[in-house]
Write a protein that binds this ligand. Sequence first.
Ligand SMILES: NC(=O)C1=CN([C@@H]2O[C@H](COP(=O)(O)OP(=O)(O)OC[C@H]3O[C@@H](n4cnc5c(N)ncnc54)[C@H](OP(=O)(O)O)[C@@H]3O)[C@@H](O)[C@H]2O)C=CC1
Ligand SMILES: CC(=O)[C@@H](O)[C@H](O)COP(=O)(O)O
Ligand SMILES: [Mn+2]
Length: 391
Amino acid sequence: MQGICLLGATGSIGQSTLDIIALHPDKFSLVSASANESVDKMAEICRRFKPKRVVVGSRQARDQLALKCQGLPTSFEWGEEALDSIAADPDVDQVMAAIMGFAGLKPTLAGIRAGKRILLANKESLVTAGKLFMDEVARHNVVLLPIDSEHNAIFQSLPQSSIGAHKKDVAKIILTASGGPFRAWSLEDMASVTPEQACKHPNWSMGQKISIDSATLMNKGLELIEACWLFDVTPNEIDVVVHPESIIHSMVSYVDGSVLAQMGNPDMKIPIAYGMSWPDRIDTSVAPLNLVDISRLNFDAPDLMRFPNLQLAADAWFAGGTAMAVLNAANEVAVAAFLNRQIRFLDIARINEQVLAGANIVAVNTLDDVFEADLYARRLALDVINRGRFL
Ligand SMILES: NC(=O)C1=CN([C@@H]2O[C@H](COP(=O)(O)OP(=O)(O)OC[C@H]3O[C@@H](n4cnc5c(N)ncnc54)[C@H](OP(=O)(O)O)[C@@H]3O)[C@@H](O)[C@H]2O)C=CC1
Ligand SMILES: CC(=O)[C@@H](O)[C@H](O)COP(=O)(O)O
Ligand SMILES: [Mn+2]
């Protein structure tokens, strides 16, 4: 029996992870779980899975939750230290890192330092902390399994033990992108899209932030950097290919001309179950792929003119140091502002560009450098937004 700590239990990845736990009660048990403020959803999870410990974002949320869950065998805690503590709990074998955004970095590192198997959905933590994150994984000899569908596909298509290690017979990684809801839209039409339109991903059902990232192609930019850190490559060794059907989740091209791909219906239960059961495979209840029904798979080059975020991510990688943390922070602020209707859709990339161009980029020697860069870039992004400097 594998004990699971589910960070971000009330989110989209959280729900799919709970589905896999419920499908295999003989293999997995929910030891601990976290949410930020979704008290009602978390109360339902507690009633159904009876975890040992639950952490939420505030004292008030903790008190509300405890009241709703009287009589359950769960202890209710709140705050950052408690979050780190559930990831390191001795009853936990695997940590599903599924908090949204940079907030996921600290508890994921706590899980790594406690030697847990890390199931990494939270790409922002690896994008921002990069080498330091991978060094901690190596130092603690931790099994790190990518849950992001593309990286899970690449992992499945690479030779064994490829995390953090370059393989000499690999020619290219081919990272697929759906293109998002505005794949074929003109810049003029994209100028006035609403958050509701931007959150409507053509193939995947996901949280708001990653859905907006998919629509601006920032998600692919973050995934480009994520792949560089995971598989020890640079953006020059990765081709991004637009594949609107999201059936091929990514590919690896080998020096002999062979290309290996991982395919499946677009459902996160597949990579999640793969991570939880690796090196075995288990049932996910996802419908098998029917290629005759699908009939055609399409591929195209990304349009960097309409979707500049992808180029910004590559630029940040080559700039190195705190550039990736700066870009990520700017993007988190800009996406939140778009969701709050303070800025327009195309402003997201403009703000990201302004912040990256205007920020002082320094070397990353310690984690404090990453946290400082994050804070600094958030302030810069807010300043850019408040002064309308991106217009
Ligand atoms: N959804 C998907 O299919 C995929 C997601 N990912 C990645 O997985 C991560 C989660 O995505 P997704 O499930 O879509 O996101 P959701 O927005 O659906 O869920 C986010 C979860 O994180 C919690 N959370 C949000 N902010 C904070 C915070 N500041 N502190 C602590 N907890 C917080 C939320 O709690 P609350 O409900 O209380 O707000 C919720 O449990 C992201 O990094 C995303 O990029 C990667 C690949 C695919
Ligand atoms: C499910 C998943 O992994 C998402 O990151 C998904 O890939 C988003 O799709 P696009 O960013 O390709 O639109
Ligand atoms: Mn992805």
